[in-house]
Design a protein around this ligand. Sequence first.
Ligand code: HEC
Ligand code: HEC
Length: 480
Amino acid sequence: MMTSSHKGRRRRRFGSIAALVMCGLASPALADEPWAERTQALGAIAEMPAGVLSKDDLETLITNGEALFGAHFTTLDGVGRPRATQAIDPTRRKHPREQVFFRTAGPDAGSCAACHNQPAIGGAGDFVANVFASEGFESADFDSLDPQFSSERGTNHLFGAGLVELLAREMSLELQSVRSKALSQARAAGSAVRLPLEAKGVDFGYITAEPDGSVNLDELDGVDTDLVIRPFSQKGVMTSLRQFTVNALNQHHGMQADERFGARWTGTDDFDGDGKSGEISAADISAMVAWQATLPAPVQMIPEASGWAEAADRGEASFTDFGCTVCHRPALPLESLSFADPGPFDLAGTLNERQVSSKAVYDIALLDWAGSLPRDEKGRVLVPLYGDLKRHAMTDNQIDALGNELLSQRFVDRNIFQTAELWGVGSTQPFGHRNDFSTLDEIILAHGGNGREARDAYAAASDAEKSALIAFLKTLVIVP
Ligand code: HEC
Ligand code: HEC
């Protein structure tokens, strides 16, 4: 039996529990009960992985990383960011948000896998999983779909992402060595020296060094002025899986990584004001990176349907003849499969190798799928990415379907995108940076600007040739 005073007490108690839950502090289940509504995998790796990892250690890390990538984070974990925006540089909101989730400026999802799931966890996303990406680094509080405030992007897949990051690191070192060479030649010669910037056969314009030690970068093409290749995001502006993971955790889930939002950088251990500190440790980020970095590369698989193999062969030849391979390079050579995390090129706010006493190093060759990667006569792995990790202008006066964004991002103009890697494209419909082309034919015809010549060659081809090209592209699939 309940008296009115009991009821009153009970209401008050519920009231205060509701308030606590909103700040992420309490739950009916105790945090250490196995059914507690928190992510068990968080904090499961107590120490930062360091040194050369054995296959067993790597597998443990990967298992935890997958659990975190698939986890539906909760308020007990620290989901939500009432006082912080999605911006990459920790930025406070002017007015605290009342609701946890918000479709435009986020947090917009419970888990990474909520978007990255096609054809399996770590994959791409359909249009419904699009994200509203702001300029990125600064304020990002908006409640409109208007492209004045954000650029709408489709979710790309992460299969083979470790190889992509390794390629980018080797290419950055190659470009930076051209800079050193130009500088020392200019000093020795006492006059300006202009050298072509080339990495793995991809050309990035020219650098001119002066004898006084300055460099002129006006002729750079498709890469940042620090000569670091940033292989992630469709704009080609994100350096590493580690940086992207820390960004994504904050943007999509309001889960704040210590290495960026902790007291060291922000002076407080609850920057987002949700009552939770230490939401996600550097070791947990390492696990998420390890899982993504070791996802198998997409492969070519030819369906048994009659005629497909012959059509795909002819289509592959046209892919070269039309000039598609100028940007979509069938393969880039990789010297080493040894992945170091934290990596060499991250800037403040993402852990880099200079900030740890010992980085973790793992050999992607330990994984079964890596054994089937082709190698050249020098023993280098030929990474079949169908990309060049370079940015290109994709619109012109006649063809500007890919010019639908209004914002530049990190100084990269609005109509410039990094060549989409086509490995896996047979599994990741729809297409284009906004995921709004339902067929391959449409996205090919949407190539303007630097892609115009190849696009026109495709457009002028016979229906049979076009169809063969599609048959080829559809053989590039993700087999989880
Ligand atoms: C709401 C959907 C959504 C969620 C949730 C999401 N992503 Fe993504 N992800 C995207 C979109 C969209 C892009 C492409 C961004 C761009 O091009 O600017 C992307 C790109 C990426 C990339 C870069 C891939 C490349 O090749 O450029 C990585 C890495 C990544 N996401 C990791 C994560 C991680 C880790 C999480 C969870 C912490 C996560 N994502 C959660 C939508 C999502
Ligand atoms: C100048 C470089 C360049 C050339 C040449 C080029 N592409 Fe692309 N391609 C790109 C870029 C950049 C993108 C990303 C465009 C976007 O979504 O903004 C892209 C995207 C694509 C996509 C969509 C991928 C996805 O997952 O959404 C396909 C398919 C494609 N290209 C096929 C082709 C074919 C076929 C040809 C030859 C007829 C070709 N491309 C020629 C640069 C190029």
